[in-house]
Structures are given as structure tokens and as C-alpha cells.
Design a protein around this ligand. Structure first.
Ligand SMILES: Cc1ncc(COP(=O)(O)O)c(C=O)c1O
Length: 363
């Protein structure tokens, strides 16, 4: 096994990504019949019925997918009001983040992101041996002035999640514009919009104006969250067409499967389903806030489909106790928040089960 001495140095310090516990795993381990999973920010309404129909009727598994994803890109271009050549499809938006990192990061570069930000930014930087700066948060959100202070000649990428996972905090259009004006044009800013549909803040960002003014910005979006297509693995990035063309050189030829492409088109067209999902989330977010206030629990106000709750004790212990009662949430010590749990906002029944079990665990 001598070859193991030669793995890329950045990989030595990485632990394998630990996803949220699966329903089957918890059922089996604790001998439970019913599980409520509020761990991975999935849509509790499931996918759009229209998307489900194309999934159920799909037969052509023997044929390779359209490697260019032309129909889906055409649909996205309508929605985003951009050209198709400004779009790259990914096997989940994770793959887009990976492709960006592969394109720009190496052992002589640096990246910047917030201390409590989506874990993949750190992983993608580490794998490439790139140095990275985790900037301390400001009221749990991104401290963009802190980001500016870390920029130097070696900076290649800045990652911003808006809203942020796991904290649920967001940045306004004005915040982002002011920041971008101060970022050198040679630095690419990745703005991750995996949860943008859930935002209700009126001063939230407007992507077209940013793209017009800043060719050094790329946005990423996911079909895993509100679209309820997590299992199919599909997401996209959009930005300057020259950048997209370069990233397409790195992308694997058939990275997005046909079922995912077809389901994504249907889902984007199903406005009723998207509206219902947003409405449920907005209503249930407020319901959870109120219920948490009644039991005296601190939480971070969220613009996403999840809420971080400060348990003021070991969140891992709370997580374990909830598991035994059939409720899966996410302890976020890995994100530097050892007393917080992140809870996906479910439907009223799921939220009530969570609240009931949470109270039992706390008492
Ligand atoms: C902020 C953020 N970005 C990106 C992703 C990746 O999503 P996917 O690869 O499923 O599209 C996630 C998933 O949890 C996320 O929270």
C-alpha cells in the first residue's frame, strides 16, 4: 500500500462527508415504525406531480442522456432571462461547486467563505490543496467586510450561500452589490442560491442586474430543495458565457441523467406546486418560531426551509435522544455550532411531532 503515501496532501485532513441519517437506518436501529425526517432540507410535499409522472413513465434507460441538456437549458434560460450558453448543468449543484473549484483552485491558490457555511466549500478547497479562509460570522451571517480583508493576490474564489446553510441568514441585494464593487475582478464570486425560492425578504438579490454588472459572478441553483428531486441529483450554474464554456471543458460528458432533465423541466413549469411549497414553508416557519418562543428556545431567524435552534447543551446528545424517538434532525457541530440543531421545516404534522418529542427530550 506504499502508493497511499502519495495521495494529494489536502485529502489527508478530510473526513468522509457524513450525510443525514436515512429513514431505513433509524427504523432498523431503534426498531421504530414511524420516522419523521427533518435532517436534509428536503421538500416535505415531495416532487411536483407533473415531475413524478415523467419519472414514472420513463423507459429509455438504455440511451445516453442529452449531454448538452438542451431542452432543460432552454427552459432555464426563459426563467432566468439569460442565454442558454450562460448555463451549465450539474449532477446536483454540488457538482457545479466542484467544477468551479477544479477550474480555479490548486495548492498555490486561496478561497474564502464564512465560518458557518455549507461544508462543500471547505471540502472542495481542501481536496485541491488550496488554502482557505473561514471568516468569522456576524450575527451568524456572512461578514462581507471580513471577506474583503482576506483577499490577496492568491485569492481565486469566494463562496457565498444566500440564504446560508446552516444558519438561514441572508444578504440583501444592496449588501451584495456593495461587496462586489470592492472585490477585484480577477476573483470569482460564487453565489449559491440553493434555497432562494423560500426567501420572503423584500430586499433579496436580483440576479440579472448582478450578472450584467459583474462578469466575475457565478450563481448556482439546486433541484434538490423546493423541487423535491434530491434523489435524481440535478442542479445548475449560470454566469458569464466564457466562464461557462471553460467549465464545460471540465464537466463529464453525460453528467446529468435523462430522468433528472425531464423531471426538472416539468417541475420548473409547475407554478402551482412551487407556490404551494413556498406557502407551506412560510406558514410553518412562523408556526415553528412561535412554538419555539413558547418553550423559550432561541433560534436563528431563517430565510430557508430550515431553522437552527440553540439547545444550549450538546446538540449531539439532543440529536441522539430525538433519533430514539423517531425524529431525525441535524446536529451541526461540523459547522462550528456544537449547541445548535438544524431542523428542516416540514408539514404541520411533522412539525408537531418534532415539537412534542423535542419538549420530551428537553424535560
Ligand atoms: C447551500 C447549499 N448549496 C448546495 C447544496 C447542494 O445541493 P445539491 O447538490 O443537492 O443540488 C446544498 C445541499 O444541502 C446546500 O445546502
Amino acid at each position: 500500500m506504499d502508493y497511499l503515501k502519495y495521495i494529494n496532501p489536502g485529502i489527508k485532513s478530510i473526513n468522509t462527508y457524513e450525510p443525514g441519517k436515512s429513514i431505513e437506518e433509524v427504523m432498523e436501529k431503534y426498531n421504530l415504525k414511524n420516522i419523521v425526517k427533518l435532517a436534509s432540507n428536503e421538500n416535505s410535499l415531495g416532487p411536483s406531480p407533473k415531475a413524478l409522472e415523467v419519472i414514472n413513465n420513463f423507459k429509455d434507460v438504455h440511451l445516453y442522456p442529452d449531454g448538452d441538456g438542451l431542452k432543460l437549458k432552454s427552459k432555464i434560460s426563459e426563467i432566468e432571462n439569460i442565454n442558454s450558453d450562460q448555463i451549465i448543468l450539474g449532477n446536483g449543484s454540488n457538482e457545479i461547486l466542484e467544477i468551479i473549484s477544479q477550474t480555479f483552485l490548486s495548492p498555490v491558490t486561496e478561497s474564502i467563505f464564512s465560518k458557518h457555511a455549507f461544508i462543500v466549500y471547505k471540502l472542495a478547497s481542501k481536496v485541491r490543496g488550496s488554502k482557505f479562509h473561514e471568516v468569522d460570522a456576524c450575527k451568524w451571517g456572512h461578514d462581507l467586510n471580513g471577506f474583503l480583508k482576506k483577499i490577496n493576490d492568491k485569492t481565486r474564489l469566494i463562496f457565498i450561500a444566500n440564504p446560508n446553510n446552516p444558519t438561514g441568514t441572508y444578504l440583501s441585494h444592496k449588501d451584495i452589490l456593495e461587496f462586489l464593487k470592492k472585490v477585484p475582478k480577477k476573483v470569482l464570486v460564487v453565489i449559491d442560491l440553493a434555497y432562494f425560492e423560500y426567501v420572503t425578504a423584500e430586499d433579496y438579490i436580483e440576479t440579472n442586474e448582478i450578472l450584467d454588472k459583474f462578469p466575475n459572478v457565478i450563481f448556482t441553483k439546486s433541484f434538490s430543495k423546493i423541487h423535491g428531486l434530491s434523489a435524481l441529483r440535478i442542479g445548475y450554474g449560470f454566469g458569464n458565457k466564457t466562464l461557462i464554456e471553460i467549465m464545460n471543458r471540465v464537466r463529464q460528458p453525460f453528467n446529468v441523467n435523462t430522468v433528472a432533465q425531464k423531471a426538472a423541466i416539468e417541475s420548473l413549469s409547475d407554478q402551482r406546486y412551487l407556490k404551494n411549497s413556498i406557502n407551506q414553508n412560510t406558514k410553518e416557519r412562523l408556526y415553528l418560531y412561535k412554538s419555539l418562543e413558547i418553550i423559550g428556545m432561541d433560534y436563528i431567524p431563517s430565510q430557508g426551509n430550515f431553522i437552527c435552534i440553540d439547545t444550549k447543551t450538546s446538540a449531539k446528545n439532543i440529536f441522539e435522544s430525538l433519533l430514539q424517538k423517531g425524529v431525525i434532525v441535524r446536529p451541526i457541530d461540523l459547522y462550528g455550532m456544537p449547541t445548535h440543531i438544524r431542523v428542516t421545516i416540514g408539514n404541520r404534522t411533522e412539525n408537531n411531532i418534532f415539537l412534542e418529542k423535542f419538549k420530551e427530550v428537553l424535560s
